[in-house]
Write a protein that binds this ligand. Sequence first.
Ligand SMILES: *[C@@H]1O[C@H](CO)[C@@H](O)[C@H](O)[C@H]1NC(C)=O
Length: 229
Amino acid sequence: MNLKTLHLLLTTAAVISATPIVVKRASVAGIDVSHYQGTINWSTVKANGVQFVYIKATEGTTYEDPDFSTNYEGATNAGLIRGGYHFAHPDSSSGATQANYFLAHGGGWSGDGITLPGALDIEYNPSGAECYGLSASSMVSWVKDFSTTYHSTTGVYPVIYTTTDWWTTCTGNSASFASTNPLWVARYASAVGTLPAGWAYETFWQNADSGSNPGDQDIFNGDSAGLKK
Ligand SMILES: *[C@@H]1O[C@H](CO)[C@@H](O)[C@H](O)[C@H]1NC(C)=O
């Protein structure tokens, strides 16, 4: 290498290192809704740039969201990518039983490019012991039972919706789903923060419980093409 080449290389290196590297992460806006939101104007939601929605379908084995079908059809007609979610009650029946109930009431999946894998909403018990009275190992077994049942019917693993705090407390921060189940983490802050063990990244981030669109506000960690996949 002659001196002129060396000088050129050094100058180029200096220019490169002086240039701030801005890595802009691709992301897609979404929401999640239930009957609490009442009637939703899906064309407005779509016009606002929302591209996907998770819609509450079921809870335990005794509750179907009365607006699930209306919301699902509205979102579909507006051209949104959509899927259902199930609120887990791990104290009332097995994971398999609840997965089958969810599958029978809107939680199914199809590889049509507009359907998100069903999501398991597993989090703070709204009425009772935080972990529903289950030990960490029983909780992990319950989630496994739900997940493998869902997978054996649909061919995809359900998304797991939770918070890092709940997951740490109630599963002992189990890393045994990170290689199979996409993570949908809830944290109402400006950064997603520490994730539950094993997951290198979140697939969805619920970053606010209200915003400019109905329901909770979500971000897909990728671009539109990734979301369709
Ligand atoms: C939804 O909102 C749009 C404006 O964004 C409006 O034109 C339309 O009438 C609304 N639809 C219903 C059913 O209210």
